[in-house]
Design a protein around this ligand. Structure first.
Ligand SMILES: [Mg+2]
Length: 288
């Protein structure tokens, strides 16, 4: 079915565009150095990128998510969501198209109509989370050790943290905010389901955003993705980052190891173990 194809849309700057040699950039860089010394110093200190998956890695808000999916689906299609597709490791747009197919709905093969349909669905999904903001912390839960692990990782030298998730950005922020986690992340450089790219591509885009913002290079020796599905493990491999898999989702530790995770943890409850593995997988610059 044509609707099964996910369109490439959204804002995306090409990676690898280096303006360091541009005279204007050099002048601006000098100005920043002179006028904003403290900010310049803080940005320059970052040389490790830690990306976290959200659902079933850090927290579980499955009940609210399912209700919001059902509401958004009904509002956009006019039909009830009878069969809910697999959610684990999938983006919001993938879930929507899977739901259309599972519920025997087709909306033609027009790419523009398809994009409009997805845009409407995202809008309804955001509204569905907005009206349920209070329920996120009430009916959901942080997974064992998640807050301590994120807080301790934030204190590691040279580390900036963000998220890589299939959830659309406003709802990802809502989930993190509900549990007081949003302050630990630079959400500008994250990868979200709002951009309909494969997750490995989202990871590369996130590394590019981080590189531009922090004037550093990120790769397999300095970027790590912490997540809970085999799809995430494959995305890290495609995107060029190391992967710490956490067996708190549907996939077992054995399945995650077989998929190629660099390290598999039972959960995040041992904070020292989490930060130790991050230190081992990412380069710690000399003198720190
Ligand atoms: Mg997950």
């Amino acid at each position: 079915m044509p609707l099964g194809r996910i369109g490439f849309s959204g804002n995306f700057r090409k990676p690898g565009v280096n303006c360091a040699s541009c005279p204007v950039s050099r002048v601006r860089s000098l100005a920043v150095l002179l006028v904003e010394p403290r900010r310049r110093c803080a940005i320059g200190a970052v040389d490790r990128l830690v990306l976290w998956n959200i659902d079933l890695t850090l927290l579980d808000v499955g009940r609210v998510s399912r209700d919001a999916y059902a509401d958004a689906f009904r509002r956009v299609t006019g039909r009830p969501l009878v069969s809910l597709p697999q959610l684990a490791g999938r983006s919001d747009s993938e879930i929507f198209f899977d739901a259309l197919a599972l519920n025997d709905l087709a909306f033609g093969s027009d790419q523009i109509a398809e994009d409009e349909l997805v845009a409407r669905y995202f809008w309804e999904l955001e509204a569905g989370f907005s009206t349920r903001q209070g329920q996120l912390a009430q009916s959901g839960q942080l997974l064992p050790g998640a807050r301590a692990a994120v807080a301790a990782t934030a204190d590691l030298p040279g580390v900036v943290q963000s998220v890589l998730t299939g959830t659309i950005r406003p709802n990802a922020v809502a989930k993190l905010h509900a549990f007081g986690l949003d302050r630990f992340f630079d959400l500008e450089i994250g990868g979200y389901g709002s951009d309909a790219y494969p997750r490995g591509t989202l990871l590369m885009m996130s590394m590019t955003r981080a590189a531009e913002k922090y004037a550093a290079r990120f790769g397999a020796d300095s970027a790590v993705y912490i997540a809970d599905t085999r799809r995430d493990v494959e995305a890290a491999s495609v995107g060029g980052a190391r992967c710490i898999a956490v067996a708190t989702g549907r996939d077992t530790a054995a399945e995650l190891a077989e998929a190629g995770a660099d390290v598999v943890l039972t959960d995040l409850s041992d904070t020292g173990q989490v930060t130790g593995v991050i230190d081992r997988l990412t380069r710690v610059p000399a003198g720190r």
